[in-house]
Design a protein around this ligand. Sequence first.
Ligand code: THU
Length: 153
Amino acid sequence: MKKEWKFGTELDKRTQQELIRLAYEGKERSYSPYSGFEVGAALLAKNGTVYLGCNIENAAYSVTNCAERTAFFQAVSEGVTEFQAIAIVGGLKGSKSGELCAPCGVCRQVMMEFCDPKEFQIILEDGKGGCFAKTLEAFLPFGFGPGNLKKKE
Ligand code: THU
């Protein structure tokens, strides 16, 4: 699912909260019959579209796709490859909402492929009723990305 972004591009608190709310909307579609851990993501593209994602599990467990990658792959499959921020929420089905749910290493690597690590913001709930944003670089220091494969002049 995707939405048109109606708010400013400034990642102020209100914007962060709105992206968290959209991540919860993504989480409603979580297909997680094996772990019971439901995750949702809301990925804000630079063109002002928000792509929602959920985790999609599989009876062959390793085939599972995380919510973050679901959102990225939907966007990229539509030709959108420039992003500003992603909000991620998750927790065990039935547990109280608001817990911190950090992106796994594989998803951080996918972010590294498409996002500037110094600019792209990852927005999480803090487990205390609030949320915060940090750069991809803070989550994946010394990350390996497309730049590493370019010839140095
Ligand atoms: N999961 C995500 O969707 N995103 C993450 O970054 C962490 C893990 C999902 C995968 C699996 O369906 C469930 O959470 C438990 O690992």
